[in-house]
Design a protein around this ligand. Structure first.
Ligand SMILES: Nc1ncnc2c1ncn2[C@@H]1O[C@H](COP(=O)(O)OP(=O)(O)OP(=O)(O)O)[C@@H](O)[C@H]1O
Ligand SMILES: [Mg+2]
Length: 307
């Protein structure tokens, strides 16, 4: 195998290196399990995602398709940086770990731009080869979970695409996605697609209507803000134990309260920004103070408000 592909596919690779595949691996996967635990959202969201994922593999193989129109699609939408991709990967692993009677699960992550816009003039063919070839072949050898990240690039809303600005091929690619998804859904009840988007207005209505569950992941609430901040410091403290002194402290709680309005990515990044105020802290992160974190959070908030 091409060495760059071997690296790209990671140590638990499922060895699928076709066009449009960013990552492939066997599930459950320890790295993905950690991702599930690292996202702080309402427990209800995790319960519904996991339940829908399990229902996909319990109900669909058992029921006639005509009876219940399940397509095997879960859609996560929400603003950038709210943990959708991370949750999707974690979900894939958790579903695989909970379904014990179907054999080994495979996971494929799509490379959206390789399938859509980038291959102008070829996207319809690329989509057909990916869904009808790569995905169908992988599904033939066992249960499969496919991450369709940034799905709006793949299932673009045909109504909103102007034919002049967007070559007819993009329209056809959306049609091809829908036709292939219908075909896959009827032939392969052992496939689950987990799609994410921070731009649901741009997704084709027909795709939205095929999603079996749509979950809106919003910005983190008060409690989640603090939990993300505390968790970020705790993760760094695993390598720089001097930072344990900050955990659960009053000042960190104040910084957590100031995070409200930021997304999870911005909160985690604020802790790193806090280490840029003094190069001695950059050289020795254990010198970081709760005040630095508080200041970095406020800077992030101000830059978000003025954007
Ligand atoms: N609710 C959250 N709890 C903990 N960490 C979070 C949360 N939301 C985001 N993060 C962190 O932010 C980073 C970005 O998350 P991720 O890439 O999954 O977001 P996303 O919603 O897919 O963003 P985008 O829409 O830009 O693709 C990750 O490091 C993730 O751990
Ligand atoms: Mg994402």
């Amino acid at each position: 195998m091409n060495p760059s592909l071997a690296t790209r596919n990671g140590p638990h690779s499922a060895g699928i290196d076709a066009q449009g595949v960013l990552d492939s691996r066997m599930l459950p996967d320890p790295e993905f399990d950690l991702m599930w635990d690292s996202i702080f959202v309402d427990e209800e969201i995790k319960t519904r995602l996991l339940s829908q994922g399990l229902l996909n593999f319990v109900l669909r193989p058992a029921l006639a398709r005509g009876a219940i129109p399940l397509h095997g699609i879960i859609l996560l939408v929400g603003p950038p940086g709210t943990g959708k991709t991370t949750l999707a990967k974690g979900l894939a692993s958790r579903v695989a770990a909970s379904v014990s009677n179907m054999g080994e699960f495979r996971f494929i992550e799509t490379e959206p731009h390789a399938l859509a816009g980038a291959a102008l003039g070829k996207s319809q063919k690329a989509v057909r080869e990916f869904l009808g070839g790569t995905v169908a072949e992988a599904a033939a050898s066992g249960p499969l979970i496919v991450l369709l990240d940034e799905v709006e690039t793949l299932a673009a809303d045909r109504q909103k695409l102007s034919l002049e600005a967007n070559p007819v091929d993009v329209h056809r690619a959306s049609d091809a996605v829908l036709a292939q998804l219908d075909h896959l859904a009827s032939e392969n009840p052992n496939v689950l697609f987990i799609a994410t988007s921070n731009f649901p207005q741009a997704i084709d209505e027909a795709f939205l209507s095929r999603a079996d569950l749509r979950v809106d992941v919003g910005l983190p609430g008060d409690e989640a803000c603090y939990a993300i901040l505390n968790d970020t410091v705790a993760k760094i403290a695993q390598s720089f134990p001097g930072l344990n002194r900050l955990l659960d402290g009053h000042q960190l709680q104040e910084a957590g309260a100031a995070c409200y309005g930021l997304d999870g990515r911005q909160i985690r990044k604020a802790v790193i920004t806090a280490m840029t105020f003094d190069k001695r802290t950059a050289l020795n992160p254990e010198q970081l103070t709760a005040q630095d974190i508080f200041n970095a959070v406020n800077m992030a908030r101000q830059s978000k408000e003025s954007a």
